[in-house]
Design a protein. Sequence first.
Length: 151
Amino acid sequence: MKKIAFILSGVIVVGLALFFIVNTPEKTTFDELLQTKLDPSDAINEISISSQSEDKVATITNRQDIENFIQKASDMDLESTDDPPNIQYVLRVKTYQEADVAIAVGKERIDLWQSKSTNHSSDETSGIYQIKGENSLLEVLETTDFGWQEP
């Protein structure tokens, strides 16, 4: 009887350990997340921005503007979650090798997925992420004049 109780206790402990390992949120930064989707030898050639709260769109094609945009949000801390964002902006990041990454941006979360992939990319990091700390991506979107236009 003691042997069965000991085995059962071991199974429960292993089961709980596996549960916590599987359900531990993935932590990353915006830059790390974006880089998992893009080939390091490729470069972003366009970022299209669409505001969901206002009827306006913009496209960034200047290489320096693209680098500045990405750099301002690069250190934003993220943690995986299942709770989708209340979408305020949708970004489409396109590269010369035709990778296409879409990012839905909300106040507290982002949703990132790949529309068209390259051989380098992996869907392991696609998903929804809770923003930990300041939402520098949303701040850039709301404070930068991108030459907004009506769609």
